[in-house]
Design a binder for this molecule. Structure first.
Ligand SMILES: Cc1cc2nc3c(=O)[nH]c(=O)nc-3n(C[C@H](O)[C@H](O)[C@H](O)COP(=O)(O)OP(=O)(O)OC[C@H]3O[C@@H](n4cnc5c(N)ncnc54)[C@H](O)[C@@H]3O)c2cc1C
Length: 694
């Protein structure tokens, strides 16, 4: 039998069980099993709340997939699309470029993702709890709120720091409220300023009872026990908005410094992109878990809508169901391989367990109902047993035993990495990055010049398409578009750049409106195919001789010590709109435009202030060795009407200036009127925002 390739997308409860079952039934030669997961680990979500409450280490609730599934080919990659017609998946390779991989069977087990947009303001102000990263961030936040409360001398603010709001009264909401309450109240003795009354934990639920899946007496038990432990339970209350100060419930506002949202989820993007029948966004399957109308595509777990043949009900989105579907899906694939008929999914629920804090839980198992300490003990025993690796079982058992003797760990790990804004130095000819590289940083040129080079079928060795000088930035397009670099950046001279990591760049560009506008304007100017859209203009620019456009520099060349008064007089006596600045009359140091003069006067700069204080230092320039395409790109980039030209490949010896107007006039002569009336020869000369006009 030929080896088949079975691709599983998602390494959660469903995907892992499916991969493990397939491996147990199929020899290596029969099938290659590939499991794609965004992270390199399985998250054991029933214990996430314990990690938030510091009764478990974060590491204990995750299990590395390749250690869990030794004979499965595990890949930490995100699958972008599934092509059901051509039996292929597309994923992002290590270099950020798309790769395609054919399959014989595909199992979609992508789970779902948090969607805090269900309530206005929630996405901005609330913490989700879905991944181990969410648990880490939330735990750190809770401990730092206690630290802030300890040093806060305003009693109202201190209570706000210690007010925790949990939205959603299902399993994860109840467990999270319970662990936060335990953590904060049991740690109070280590803080001298925090009083019992300062702490409040509020659980808000839109229905009239918590835990709708559990029988009424157990629900009531849970409510009473939690209230007794200090959790305020608000039933029949719908959160309508969230702000930095708390949540709004219609006419009432509940204040709190921490909001945890356990409601709201949506399907993963790869599922959303699939054009196949869905029910409430989940992939609709036939009884044997194959997608409707497909012979070799299966869906399991939270992302699938599967009817349970045992009771005719849709399967709920729980780990219990996902695991069982994973196993039965794998068995069906094996049956198909053996030429047997598949079987419908059928499962009898084993029970429900929910920890409610304070060493209490509620449990319904195989018809038995338990509550209180023994239910909690059972809850711990069941989940300890269900952890998928012995190493983790021992570790978790040890951590729980540790808490019997010692208090919870209150250390608060700072997640900010130091120095994510760095400086870098490049020598002439060094590549700062290359076309196709994964985008990781954004750069601002402090000193020197770089050239942008792009390879294409016509220019396999690369052609220089533009140059950038001090004050310019680059690298923003690939970061914003989350795609590989579309061109290489090479130092033209000795270059000093400021390098910002992705996170810093994202947060600064979001919060700093002028930078955002400048980025948008730059992206618009640097459209990668701007010249491809105007091939005749491009060809003409390549053919022109730059020397034909160079004019003598406006005279006189000014010294940086000249005063504002002197400069005003010079502009008054001349028709020039710009003067170059040089101490020795030869080396370009700056330039000053009429606009700079007017701005300096408006700012109240003294009439005796030297030019060096308000001129454009290290201005952008073109070299006599450049061509007209680079000159046109520089006009587009800098939004100037006139640019200085310097001699040769090195140094800054002034050769003259070049005017955009002259270049445009020549293009119009050669190319004639544009095909589209609105198209400018090069869409460059509209003044760019935040740039001075020359
Ligand atoms: C806080 C919390 C507590 C819970 N407690 C319980 C409980 O006590 N009992 C219970 O039964 N259930 C519980 N659940 C629900 C349970 O975790 C889920 O029902 C279960 O994880 C679903 O399993 P799954 O395999 O469908 O998806 P998941 O376990 O969510 O796994 C999906 C995986 O697919 C990956 N993925 C998604 N898209 C792609 C892609 N395009 N390419 C590659 N990988 C991708 C994701 O990164 C993820 O690792 C809890 C859930 C939470 C959040």
């Amino acid at each position: 039998m030929a080896q088949q390739r079975i691709v599983i997308i998602g390494g959660g409860f469903g995907g892992v069980k499916c991969a493990g079952t397939l491996r147990a039934h199929l020899r290596n030669g029969d099938a290659e099993i590939l499991l794609f997961n965004k992270e390199n680990h399985l998250v054991f979500s029933p214990l996430l709340a314990d990690a938030v409450g510091s009764s478990l280490n974060l590491q204990d609730v995750i299990v590395p997939l390749r250690q869990l599934l030794p004979n499965v080919n595990c890949r930490t990659e995100e699958v972008k699309t599934i092509d059901l017609v051509n039996n292929c998946i597309e994923y992002e390779g290590h270099d950020g470029l798309p790769r395609r991989l054919p399959y014989d069977h595909v199992v979609i087990a992508c789970g779902n993702i948090s969607n805090l947009n269900v309530v206005p303001g929630m996405a901005d102000h609330a913490f989700p709890l879905k991944t181990v990263g969410d648990a880490a961030v939330l735990r750190t936040h809770i401990v730092s709120q206690m630290e802030k409360a300890e040093i806060c001398d305003d009693p109202v603010r201190r209570r706000w720091y210690l007010s925790f709001i949990v939205v959603g009264g299902g399993y994860s909401g109840v467990e999270t409220a319970g662990v936060i309450n335990d953590l904060v109240r049991s740690s109070r003795r280590f803080y001298t300023s925090i009083q019992e009354d300062d702490i409040s934990v509020t659980l808000i639920h839109s229905r009239d009872q918590l835990l709708p899946e559990i029988s009424p007496p157990l629900r009531e038990f849970a409510r009473e026990k939690m209230a007794h432990a200090g959790v305020t339970i608000r039933l029949n209350a719908r959160v309508q908005l969230a702000t930095g100060e708390g949540v709004g419930l219609g006419d009432e506002f509940v204040h709190g410094g921490t909001i945890v949202c356990t409601i709201g989820s949506t399907v993963a993007p790869v599922v959303e992109r699939l054009a196949t029948p869905k029910e409430k966004g989940r992939l609709l399957t036939g009884p044997d878990m194959r997608l409707q109308g497909s012979k070799n595509a299966w869906a399991i777990g939270d992302c699938a809508f599967i009817t349970n043949a045992r009771d005719g009900q849709p399967s709920p989105p729980t780990g219990q169901f996902a695991e069982r579907q994973g196993r039965q899906c794998a068995e069906n694939i094996v049956r198909l391989k053996n030429g047997e008929a598949t079987r419908p999914f059928s499962f009898r629920v084993l029970g429900q367990l929910c920890s409610i804090g304070g060493h209490n839980a509620v449990a319904e198992m195989l018809g038995f109902k338990l509550s209180g300490f023994w239910a909690w003990f059972t809850w711990r025993g069941v989940y300890l047993f269900k952890l998928p690796a012995w190493s983790r079982r021992i570790q978790v058992g040890f951590d729980w035993a540790w808490l019997v003797l010692f208090p919870r760990d209150l250390s608060c790990i700072r997640t900010e990495v130091t120095d994510r804004v760095t400086h870098a130095h490049y020598e002439s000819g060094d590549y700062i990055y290359r076309q196709g590289d994964v985008a990781a940083s954004f750069y601002v040129i402090e000193q020197g010049e770089v050239e942008i080079c792009r390879t294409s079928p016509e220019h396999p060795d690369g052609e220089i398409i533009a140059t950038l000088g001090a004050g310019s930035f680059f690298g923003e397009q690939a970061l914003i578009g989350n795609r590989p670099r579309s061109a290489s950046i090479r130092a033209r001279s000795t270059v000093e750049v400021i390098v910002m990591g992705r996170e810093v760049f994202t947060s600064i560009s979001k919060s700093l409106a002028p930078l955002r506008s400048a980025l948008m304007a730059t992206i618009a100017r640097r459209l990668p195919n701007v010249w491809q859209e105007r091939p005749r203009v491009r060809a003409a620019l390549r053919d022109f001789n730059l020397a034909d456009f160079i004019e003598p520099a406006p005279q006189p060349i000014l010294r940086p010590t000249e005063s504002l008064f002197e400069l005003t007089r010079r502009f008054g006596e001349s028709d020039e709109q710009l003067f170059l600045v040089s101490s020795d009359g030869d080396t370009l140091e700056g330039m000053v435009t009429l606009t700079d003069l007017l701005h300096a006067q408006a700012r109240g700069v003294g009439t005796d202030a030297p030019l060096s204080e308000f001129m454009i230092k290290d201005p952008a320039f073109i070299r006599t060795t450049d061509d007209c395409l680079i000159a046109a790109s520089a006009f587009r980039e800098h939004g100037h009407k006139l640019l200085p030209v310097v001699k040769g490949k090195e140094g800054r010896s002034i050769a003259g200036v070049i005017r955009a107007r002259k270049l445009i006039a020549r293009i119009m002569q050669v190319v004639g009127p544009p095909a589209v009336p609105a198209a400018a020869p090069f869409a460059s000369l509209e003044p760019a925002p935040l740039r001075k006009e020359a």
